[in-house]
Design a protein. Structure first.
Length: 66
């Protein structure tokens, strides 16, 4: 079994389409994937992103909440 994390970096244009890059990380072991996920999440927090719902991260200054 393989474990995969897909990271989307970009924006949604005026037509509701995703524009940008998709980065895919593949792991052979679940613990390896979980460690990388934790590192990715911590990097987002350090860059000023905050978790709003279970599966969504929002950048506070983008929302005008700085």
């Amino acid at each position: 079994m393989k474990y995969i994390i897909q990271v989307y970096e970009g924006e949604i244009n005026g037509h509701g389409e995703k524009v940008g890059l998709t980065i895919e990380y593949q792991y052979e072991f679940e613990q390896e994937m979980l460690k990388h996920f934790k590192d990715l999440k911590n990097n987002l927090k350090e860059e000023g992103w905050r978790k709003k719902t279970h599966q969504r991260f929002l950048r506070s200054h983008f929302l005008g909440m700085n």
